[in-house]
Design a protein around this ligand. Structure first.
Ligand code: SAM
Length: 272
């Protein structure tokens, strides 16, 4: 692969590739695996967090596709292609679903174009989530998303990579104002546990990527200001509408969660 003209840098760890490594993917370099191994060694629950997050996202997309009639999704900070991507989950239940994938990482663009744009209902764009107008006015967005009809906006494990002074609430507010009533938002976010694990994890992320903000339930809730937060509220991801059929990560109600599984929160909200 040529790196010319692209910001893919195999010498520096990327959030997307480290996350891919934690999920057992292969789209990562030695430098990502090195950091991933630090996470695994010092933060042994980070793999559980990644899987719990992905499973909650899958349940949310399935639920939206099955129950709301929404057929268009914007997946902000979508990550590298993985086992069950948003369009695959949505199209399994509603084949006409359209998905716009957005990520800042050029590798997501390269691999995404190959693996996520597998039909004319999916597009991948490399735009910073902190530039919502850039996403909104992108030709792929204009082509794929009809803003006169309800949209599902997916903010899965992305806003904790946006620092307070970069106005994460403003990002949600922007999309809330762009989409019509009946639109849904799904959010997952590192959840501050006020414990040594949170502090250590926050330190590793800050040192590695210069960003990574754990927020309290109240802070996460306030990111969804002006939207109706649906049952069961903002809760640890394994407890967000668990479904045993999805595998062991989703059996939160029937067993004690580990301290790690408490460190990722999930919630869904609707614009009324
Ligand atoms: N949403 C996926 C999920 O929940 O499984 C992937 C989450 S992964 C932890 C975070 C993703 O956000 C990475 O792919 C990273 O490249 C992307 N990201 C981080 N900062 C971003 C930004 N400012 N704009 C767009 N994407 C960003």
């Amino acid at each position: 692969m040529s790196y010319e003209g692209s910001s893919i840098d195999p010498a520096r760890p990327s959030i997307a590739r480290v996350y891919d490594y934690l999920l057992g993917g292969k789209d990562n370099y030695a430098v990502d695996r090195e950091i991933g191994d630090v996470f695994k060694r010092d933060l042994p629950g980070s793999v559980a967090i990644a899987f719990a997050n992905r499973a909650a996202l899958t349940r949310a997309v399935r639920e939206i596709a099955k129950t709301t009639g929404i057929r268009q999704f914007i997946d902000l900070g979508s990550g590298l292609p993985t086992a069950d991507n948003v369009h695959q989950v949505a199209q399994r239940h509603a084949p006409e679903s359209r998905v716009l994938y957005v990520d800042i990482d050029d590798q997501v663009l390269v691999h995404g174009r190959a693996l996520l744009e597998d039909n004319h209902r999916t597009r991948v764009v490399a735009v910073d989530v902190r530039n919502p107008e850039g996403i909104r006015s992108h030709p792929a967005t204009l082509e794929l998303i009809d803003f006169s009809r309800p949209v599902a906006v997916i903010l899965s494990a992305i806003l904790h990579h946006v620092n307070d002074d970069e106005d994460p609430a403003g990002i949600v507010r922007y999309w809330r104002d762009q989409v019509p009533s009946g639109s849904y938002f799904f959010l997952s976010h590192f959840r501050s546990g006020n414990n040594p694990e949170t502090m250590e994890a926050e330190k590793v992320l800050q040192q590695t990527f210069g960003r990574g903000r754990w927020r309290t339930d109240a802070e996460i809730t306030s990111l969804l200001d002006g939207l109706e937060i649906l049952d069961p509220g903002i809760v640890p991801a394994p407890l967000w509408r668990p479904d045993e059929s999805d595998g062991p990560w989703n059996s939160g109600e029937s067993r004690q969660l580990t301290v790690w599984e408490h460190l990722i929160a999930a919630g869904m909200a609707r614009k009324n």
